[in-house]
Design a protein around this ligand. Structure first.
Ligand code: GTP
Ligand code: SPV
Ligand code: MN
Length: 609
């Protein structure tokens, strides 16, 4: 502890429960405390008693509401500020020395300017509050991929979420070697939207977030570390950090396939990763390994392997119910944090579709609510926010895969890209090879959702579902994908899926949810090197391979031949326009790999033939 003489005595006097001796961690705590000026500095140990104690504190201050402990044991409710309900992409920055290293798809500030601006916003931001020190680990215990971080925050909501989403406390702190950890500083500040900043300093392994209390902005292990900082590192070190679910699928004859899928925010990753097979496919077992993030590396066997670095789900509430996602409903019965849902009179929670609406309650804003309340336009007022969320341990999911805790990870058979597209894009198509698959990922376009604030509802380019999460120049990111492909002898096959195509009346053509397994079944057959009727089941189109007329099993669902035809339809004129949009997007990049330009030209040529 020789270094403590650089630590101000008055900060030292504020320490509560300190068990950390690593001088770099203490230096980071001390420097941050000098700026933020908290009343106390509490070192989180991650133990069970601590959860009780912190929950009690937060209930007292009104930050949290304890739910009915008989019906929802260990569950709490949190309401964010009304201006703080989702990630704020326009206030999220990659702060690299050179602007071109952040690339054309990220907001950029120089580290110098960003630190200067932030020190103003953090100045005295914790006065009258406690600073919580959270050592955390992203990864699977025992994995060589693991990354350690230390988050300092003035929010108990953040501490309780991090306890679920990551491995935290003493067990982690003991593993910090020298200054090998990501520094994360968060303060709610005044929750002022004008002064909200989510800044990443990949060159310094540092994250600073201020004036927000919302999930993706403040749980710094998740999008900030496990995607933005990790993607930056992965490029240097030759692996991949991706916005992907990981599912473990067992076929009726006992074969195992592990699939990974990148769909943009609120486009179905959680739902797919734990789906319940429909009756006619009841021989299948689908088990979840992860629902949001995958770290992937090339194994000794020259295949692509992946782990889920998270320990919890931070899942979308609306649309979740017993019919659509029973496994999620069972997961969130206990030890769950609900954010921005309706509070019922019996101190339980409700959201649209969950069950019959209660007569009254308190909505996500904290206002009195009744079930037939209407807004100025005459629409029913929802009780929950469209981006309301649940935080729950993955281990509580009834279909958690035992591979979830396998430190080696799982070998991936198929990578799925997916989007939310009303038209143009068929329900599924398969790439011709890895390079073409990377092109398909890079040209992913999807309707925006409530997961990001202020983006409206438009179709936007979201390559590999990573547009909000890539911590460096996306041109280099595409090159990393291509390089990884070149280094593998047995790369996974790459597919695109779209559950959201609509008919002329604006209704979804495909039932979705559990029924998506019908499409996954076709995908798996395409990956199964021992299946002998592969060719028969696919048709080549200018876009890629699609299932042959009867190749998707529709036994047990009512869907017309015409609808299936529409779901698989590829309209050349529409696709030529799609190619123009891809072209427009690609031309933003100075560092676009030539292979992808070539793939775009090839697509156009195939379409014109
Ligand atoms: P993030 O956590 O934001 O990264 O989202 P996610 O990709 O995990 O999305 P999630 O599975 O939570 O789904 C988002 C929304 O889409 C929810 O309202 C779901 O009910 C809905 N959804 C998921 N799968 C389907 C589907 O197959 N069809 C339809 N129509 N809706 C779906
Ligand atoms: C997403 O928006 O993709 C999420 C939720 O998974 S958040 O963690 O808030 O970013
Ligand atoms: Mn996500």
């Amino acid at each position: 502890m020789e270094n403590l003489n650089t630590i101000k005595m008055e900060n030292l006097n504020k320490y509560v429960n300190n068990y950390i001796t690593n001088k770099y961690v203490l230096e980071f705590v001390n420097k941050s405390a000098e700026i933020c000026n908290p009343d106390k500095i509490y070192f989180c140990d991650g133990l069970e008693e601590e959860k009780k104690f912190l929950t009690g504190e937060a209930v007292k201050s009104g930050e949290l509401i304890e739910l009915n402990q008989e019906k929802f044991p260990g569950c709490i409710l949190h309401r964010t500020a009304i201006n703080d309900v989702a990630r704020t992409e326009h206030l999220t920055y990659i702060c690299t020395t050179k602007k071109e290293d952040a690339g054309p798809t990220n907001n950029w500030k120089s580290p110098e300017d960003a630190y200067e601006e932030l020190s103003g916003y953090f100045r005295d931001s914790m006065k009258g509050r406690t600073m919580y020190v959270i050592p955390f680990m992203m990864g699977v215990p025992g994995s060589k991929m693991n990354k350690i971080g230390v988050e300092l925050t003035d929010s108990i909501y953040v501490v309780l979420n991090m306890r679920i989403m990551t491995h935290t406390g003493r067990i982690v702190a003991d593993d910090i070697i020298e200054n090998n950890f990501t520094k994360g500083l968060h303060s709610k500040g005044e929750l002022n939207l004008e002064k909200r900043r989510i800044c990443h300093f990949p060159e310094d392994n540092t994250i600073m977030s201020v004036n927000s209390g919302y999930g993706g902005n403040v749980l710094l292990g998740k999008k900030c570390l496990a995607l933005r900082i990790a993607s930056y590192l992965s490029r240097k070190e030759g692996w991949m950090a991706e916005h992907m679910f990981l599912a473990d699928i067992q076929t009726p004859d006992g074969k195992k396939f592990y699939i990974a899928g990148a769909f943009p925010s609120a486009c179905g990753k959680t739902n797919l990763s734990m789906l319940i097979p429909p009756e006619s496919l009841s021989g299948y077992k689908v088990r979840v390994i992860g629902d949001d993030i995958a770290w992937m590396y090339i194994g000794d066997d020259s295949r692509l392997w992946a782990i889920n670095p998270e320990a919890g789900f931070f899942g979308v509430v609306p649309g979740t119910n017993i019919k659509t996602n029973k496994n999620a409903m069972l997961t969130i019965k206990k030890n769950t944090i609900f954010t921005n849902v309706l509070l019922k009179e019996d101190n339980t929670v409700w959201w649209e579709g969950m069950e019959d609406p209660p007569d009254k309650g308190i909505d996500w804003k904290g206002d009195a609510w009744t079930k037939d309340m209407k807004d100025e336009k005459g629409n029913l007022v929802p009780g929950e926010h469209p981006n309301s969320r649940f935080t729950a341990p993955i281990s509580q999911c009834p279909v958690v895969s035992h591979e979830f805790s396998n430190s080696k990870g799982v070998p991936i058979s198929a990578i799925l890209f997916g989007g939310r597209r009303e038209s143009v894009v068929p329900i599924v198509y398969e790439s011709f090879n890895w390079q073409h698959g990377v092109f398909i990922g890079a040209s992913l376009r999807s309707e925006t959702t409530a997961a990001a604030m202020g983006v409206g509802k438009v179709v936007r380019n979201d390559p590999m579902a990573m547009i909000p999460f890539c911590g460096y120049n996306m041109g280099d990111y595409f090159t990393n994908w291509l390089d990884i492909g070149k280094r593998m002898k047995f790369p996974p096959k790459i597919f695109f899926v779209n559950w959201f195509r609509k008919n002329r009346e604006g209704k979804f053509l495909w039932p979705g949810y559990g029924e998506n397994l019908r499409v996954i079944e076709w995908i798996i057959k395409r990956c199964d090197t021992f299946s002998n009727n592969k060719e028969k089941e696919a048709v080549e189109t200018p876009v890629g391979y699609i299932p042959a007329a009867d190749a998707i099993n529709t036994k047990g669902i009512e869907i017309s031949k015409q609808d299936i035809k529409e779901l698989l339809n590829i309209d050349v004129q529409e696709w030529l326009k799609e190619a123009d949009e891809i072209d427009k997007f690609f031309s933003k990049f100075d560092r676009m790999p030539k292979e992808l330009i070539k793939e775009l030209n090839n697509l156009r040529e195939r379409l014109k033939k």
